[in-house]
Design a protein around this ligand. Structure first.
Ligand SMILES: [Ca+2]
Length: 126
């Protein structure tokens, strides 16, 4: 099971909470009918959250292939514990294939909110 922690949301000025949904497969596909290709028990195929998520010990670790950001700007990491960040920050939008946006497929191990508002980061993907 993944662990999650409350991100730093700052003062309560935002009208919409940061929210992200990550999926095991490309195109936001949970493939519920094909969830046990190796005979494993059913697993979390997606996570919808406002929280920072560390996938250490979770079946989705290094399994995310697409995500939707509803609000906020998010940072992804190659390792658990929010270590080794990918170079870009991702803002609101649909990202149907991580391999097309600067991350290799099935390489995300943790992710967290970078900022509520658009950051002055040099590498915001949009
Ligand atoms: Ca995957």
């Amino acid at each position: 099971m993944y662990t999650q922690s409350l991100p730093n949301l700052g003062p309560p000025t935002a009208s919409v909470l940061p929210q992200i949904q990550v999926f095991r497969h490309i195109n936001f596909n949970r493939q519920l009918g094909d969830r046990n290709p190796e005979g494993d028990k059913p697993t979390d195929e997606n996570i919808l959250t406002t929280f920072n998520v560390d996938l250490d010990g979770d079946d989705l670790n290094e399994g995310i292939s697409s995500f939707i950001i509803y609000s906020g700007y998010w940072q992804f990491f190659k390792n658990v514990g929010f270590q080794d960040p990918f170079p870009k920050i991702y803002g609101p939008g649909h990202y149907p294939k991580t391999a097309d946006i600067g991350m290799e497929n099935d390489t995300i191990s943790s992710f967290k909110l970078f900022s509520v508002e658009k950051p002055a980061h040099p590498d915001v993907y949009q």
